[in-house]
Design a protein around this ligand. Structure first.
Ligand code: 5AD
Ligand code: SF4
Length: 440
């Protein structure tokens, strides 16, 4: 069967796509590059905000039209597939197969079933599944924990992915060993909240111990995402600082700088706690690169609350940030209990926050100019006279393609910085060329 998978959403979804792809491959599927060539199109969906849901809706609309013209099977997986909202959309657009995020390994059964509308929900053997190493990749994801035990009032994830289930450490280590053998030089440990790793299973190591165990395998770069400030313990900070393979990069979502908003969001910490974590992190790792997630325009957020977010941003001085306008999600507590703010207010605050982010990213990126960074070059950039890659701190980095002809790890001297990227020169490049002034 000619198969095409389209993935929306987070890195967890990318990992799940890889997992399902390997299941399908073992069932003899052949993968094609576009849905127009496919007999089976599988859409891996995201439900975290309204926008990704709209994208799925319009894609499924197009696929519906195609189905009227020819024999085409359409499947839906991921977070939206788990929700009533997604099931309604699936019915409307004649989706044949529905696979919740906990049921991915059932794809074969779902395809086999004569009844085309196959509803499968929560988790089963997924935690025990060992997907094969991807070939020819330098960077890979490894899922260590699924689900989330927090109850942030805006978030649909606890509903779609259920409570936390940690994967057995032996499986995680085996998967990473396989990746190493396949030539992978960077692994990112994944979970909705990786810092809670092991808390649900007596006898499992905690996240800090797991980091040290993964470090022992000897893959040069270890990253992880996402972290919850409440679970970001001193032990985790120590394990990071003492494990050289663990990159000096932390994504630590703050969501808001206002204690009043944090309480209404159900974030379980106060601004002061968060800032204390940042202090402890910087004390142990002075060069750490920090990014965050921020939601603007949460219901009831006043101008004063928003000012608190701006001032927290200044206090931390993030290297980068993902900024979102609050999106009411049916099924979440904040949807039910709180009134959404006018769109203009939310958009205007987002613009001000983006301004702040640009200033800080520019300032923080400047600190690398003249210094040497290790860059994982993936391949040609959009403009193919350049090769693109990323540093241990996750900065996007461009170098001249002639200086990094093959994907791999390179030592790069940073020559210029913009708010969005670093431009550099590969150390010892045979023909060092001057980098043109290229401001993004
Ligand atoms: N509206 C806006 N942003 C959201 N996020 C999660 N739920 C919502 C929502 N309802 C953001 C949070 C989270 C990131 C993955 O998505 O910032 O950290
Ligand atoms: Fe959602 Fe909060 Fe869990 Fe993150 S920690 S997945 S934002 S409930």
């Amino acid at each position: 069967m000619k198969t095409h998978i389209i993935t929306y959403g987070c890195q967890m979804n990318e990992y799940d796509t890889h997992l399902v792809k390997s299941e399908l491959a073992s069932l003899g599927a052949e993968f094609v590059d576009t849905w127009q060539e496919a007999d089976f199109v599988l859409v891996n969906t995201c439900a975290v905000r309204g926008k990704p849901v709209e994208k799925v809706r319009s894609l499924l609309g197009e696929l519906r039209k195609e189905k009227d013209k020819r024999d085409l099977m359409v499947g839906m997986m991921g977070c939206l597939a788990q929700l009533e909202e997604g099931q309604q959309i699936a019915r409307k657009f004649g989706v044949d197969i529905l696979l919740g995020p906990g049921a991915l390994t059932e794809i074969g059964k779902a395809l086999e079933a004569k009844s085309r509308f196959w509803e499968l929900s929560f988790r089963e053997e997924l935690a025990h599944h060992l997907p094969p190493a991807p070939q020819g990749q330098l960077s890979a994801f490894v899922s260590i924990i699924r689900g989330c035990n927090h109850h942030c009032t805006y978030c649909i994830v606890p509903t779609t992915r259920g409570p936390e289930v940690s994967r057995h450490p032996d499986l995680i280590l085996r998967e990473i060993e396989q990746l190493k053998a396949a030539g992978v030089v960077e692994v990112t440990l994944l979970g909705q909240n990786v810092n809670s790793y092991g808390n649900d299973q007596p006898g499992f190591p905690k996240f800090a111990e797991l980091l040290r165990m993964v470090g022992q395998i000897g893959i040069p770069r270890i990253k992880f995402t996402t972290s919850h400030p409440v679970n970001f313990t001193d032990e985790v900070i120590r394990a990071m600082a003492e494990t050289p393979q663990v990159c000096e990069y932390i994504h630590l979502p703050v969501q808001s700088g206002s204690n009043r908003v944090l309480r209404r969001m159900g974030r379980e910490y106060r601004r002061e706690w968060y800032l204390d974590r940042i202090r402890a992190i910087r004390e142990a790792m002075p060069e750490v690169v920090l990014s965050t997630d921020i939601i603007v325009g949460f219901p009831g957020e006043t101008e004063e609350d928003f000012q608190e977010t701006l001032s927290l941003y200044d206090q931390v001085g993030y290297d980068s940030a993902y900024m979102f306008i609050y999106s009411p999600r049916p099924g979440t507590p904040s949807y039910k209990h709180f009134q959404d703010l006018p769109r203009e207010v939310k958009v205007e605050r987002l613009q001000r926050l983006i301004e702040k982010q640009k200033q800080w990213s520019y300032k923080q990126n400047q600190r690398w100019v003249g210094r040497t960074l290790e860059v994982l070059v993936r391949g040609a950039a959009k403009d193919d006279s350049y090769a693109e890659g990323h540093s241990r701190g996750n900065h996007p980095v461009l170098v001249l393609a002639s200086q990094a002809p093959r994907p791999g790890l390179y030592q790069v001297v940073v020559k210029q910085a913009t708010p969005h990227m670093l431009l550099g020169e590969v150390v010892g490049a045979e023909e060092p060329a001057t980098i043109p002034l290229m401001m993004a």
